[in-house]
Design a protein around this ligand. Sequence first.
Ligand SMILES: Nc1ncnc2c1ncn2[C@@H]1O[C@H](COP(=O)(O)OP(=O)(O)OP(=O)(O)O)[C@@H](O)[C@H]1O
Length: 243
Amino acid sequence: MKEYIIECRNLETAYAASLNRPILNGINCQIQRGEFVVLLGLNGAGKSSLLRSLVGLVPLEKGEILINGVTLSKRTLAAIRRDVGMLFQGGGLIKQLSALENVLCGRLGNRTTWQTLFGFPHRDRLLALELLDQLGLRELANQKTSQLSGGQQQRVAIARALIQSPQILLADEPITGLDVLACQQVMQTLSDLHAQGMTIVTVLHDLGIAAEYAQRAIVVDAGCIVYDGPCDNLQAKFSQVSA
Ligand SMILES: Nc1ncnc2c1ncn2[C@@H]1O[C@H](COP(=O)(O)OP(=O)(O)OP(=O)(O)O)[C@@H](O)[C@H]1O
């Protein structure tokens, strides 16, 4: 039997009156360790909701999510979140803090309230600096993130997600609003992490970039998966969705 790192079994959210249906409406999918999967779909299809549900941020009415074979529940959520890094839409950085401090925030889940009063241990600071270095941001470690470009901010957000050494990285529209060069840098960073064995699931809107970097596409429409397979000829698959 195949072992899946992510398994969604018949996920269904509560009925949303504004949509006349649940936001997620019977999602079934399995993702193997080390896959690079792109979630595609029109605005409002349910991509972000699906991604966020994997870290317990979307209440489910029905169904089950398993991460590494463990069912996501109140009891298992904290441990699961240590295995799953999340890049939120827009980065979600604290703009008044430096790049280094933002990356260290990724360690807050591992520290008690008391421990945070004494600051972060030296080894965490070294790790954060090492990650910023790997992402080409060493020189900007002490710069406020409000003073960084969009692409640099997105890489700080990636470093923050990576400081907890996750096995899975979920990224919600990580290149939206970035210029061509910054897009390439961010996508190359995801690709490098994938090459190191990390499982990547990312929401994208650009079909060309999806096909260039991901192995597999999952297309969501009205809360359901309407395509799950290789990334070739995505344009044709999309015209079926939007028809
Ligand atoms: N908390 C919520 N309460 C009610 N409706 C919601 C909530 N969150 C999302 N929705 C609705 O659910 C639908 C799916 O939203 P979601 O953000 O998952 O879509 P998406 O595919 O990621 O869209 P986009 O590409 O625009 O980001 C949308 O119609 C949205 O308005």
